[in-house]
Design a protein around this ligand. Structure first.
Ligand code: PGA
Length: 236
């Protein structure tokens, strides 16, 4: 595990974007596992800036996102598909056909989970997975207490996640109660993991996850045993 302290959020974003762009330069058809939330926004901005300068070419790159809310269509501004288009895909030369977010409105969500797992497999696995971390230690929408061996599945969101995400919605009641998420097993199978955490409020959970016991009570704690984990944090 490599742990890097960033000077501030801009520095964290640049460092994370450097690692992602190195991956794309070394392997132009890389499969990038991407994440939503407020933490990666700066990383995506930095990638867009370097793309505009001509430093990165995403024409062959494929992406696969961690999760999506159940019930939100791609044109819903709170959906993670909308987030990805708006914060990254619309601004770089990626082929949208090569971008993947779980379908939160699939008629059969169990079938959608199986489709997503098969998709990850057919892409040859994930080269580099970007991760945020929730205050309760969730990664993707893998909430505390779930089995580590899960692949893509449907989750009922925990109270702390609903509260944290209410800021993006009009009110807490509007936050969907369920999500579809890549499981811990799928995440752990990625060749490289990059966890980013920003803000004083993340310090406690990051320390527990990285240096405490490996337990399903803190889903991110399993990352300790991944052979290629990089963590970049800033607690300013
Ligand atoms: P945040 O979310 O980046 O908005 O803090 C992280 C997460 O919940 O995974």
């Amino acid at each position: 595990m490599k742990v890097i302290e960033a000077k501030n959020y801009a520095d964290l974003s640049r460092k994370a974007a450097n690692i992602i762009s190195a991956q794309v330069i070394l392997k132009p058809d890389a499969v990038l596992g991407l994440a939503t939330g407020s933490t990666p926004v700066g990383t995506y901005k930095q990638l867009i800036e370097w793309y505009n300068k001509g430093d990165i070419d995403f024409s062959l790159t494929k992406t696969i996102n961690l999760d999506e809310y159940v019930g939100l269509t791609p044109d819903n501004e709170q959906s993670y598909r909308y987030f990805m288009n708006h914060n990254l895909f619309d601004h770089i030369n990626i082929d949208k056909k090569n971008t993947n977010v779980p379908n939160g409105t699939a008629p059969d969500m169990e079938a959608e989970c199986l489709r997503y797992d098969a998709l990850i497999k057919s892409l040859g696995g994930i080269d580099l997975q970007l991760l945020g971390i929730g205050h309760n230690g969730h990664i993707g929408f893998n909430e505390p207490g779930q089995a580590f061996e899960k692949t893509t599945h449907i989750v009922t969101l925990g109270e702390s996640t609903i509260e944290a995400n209410a800021r993006f919605f009009g009110s807490k009641d509007e936050v969907p109660k369920q999500a579809i998420t890549m499981g811990i097993k799928s995440i752990m199978q990625a060749k490289k993991l990059l966890l980013i955490a920003n803000g004083r409020d993340k310090e406690d959970i990051v320390n527990k996850a990285l240096y405490g016991a490996v337990t399903p009570a803190i889903p991110a704690s399993i990352l300790q045993i991944h052979p290629d984990l990089t963590v970049i944090y800033c607690y300013e």
